[in-house]
Unconditional design. Structure first.
Length: 135
């Protein structure tokens, strides 16, 4: 199955954003102010990938698909499947299926973004404490 044309654009931009993690969320906020909810959601998801890369939950690579990132997050044990799947499902519908997304839906996903990062941080800290206790 061929990747959608937009997927290559997303992969290239994601690679650039890895070195500037704060920019992705700033771009989400900027597009939200401009009332471009689909673009804001796109940058929110790119920011999530950048932040998970920063936490070493995933490894951003230009050839990877969203399906690969989702599987990598789940396999890490730091991101529950039931939390991440709806985000990728909606992202694919909006980005590649040109489905609408409302401000209310965006706000739900933004809160979920914050929870996912907090939960990942807590799981990473617990893992480090566990390793420190074993040495």
């Amino acid at each position: 199955k061929a990747k959608p044309k937009n997927a290559d654009e997303d992969a290239l931009e994601l690679e650039e954003l890895v070195s500037r993690p704060e920019d992705a969320l700033a771009l989400a906020d900027k597009n939200l102010e401009l009332a471009d909810i689909p673009a804001a959601f796109r940058y929110l998801v790119l920011s999530l990938l950048v932040q998970m890369n920063r936490r070493e939950v995933i490894a951003v690579r230009i050839y990877k698909t969203n399906r690969m990132y989702r599987a990598e997050m789940i396999a890490s044990g730091k991101v529950p499947e039931e939390e991440i799947t709806p985000i990728f499902r909606k992202f694919n519908a909006v980005r590649f299926g040109h489905r609408p997304i409302t401000r209310a839906e965006y706000d739900v996903f933004r809160a979920q973004y914050d929870r996912l990062l907090q939960d990942a941080d807590a799981r990473i800290a617990a893992e480090k404490r566990g390793k420190a206790g074993k040495s």
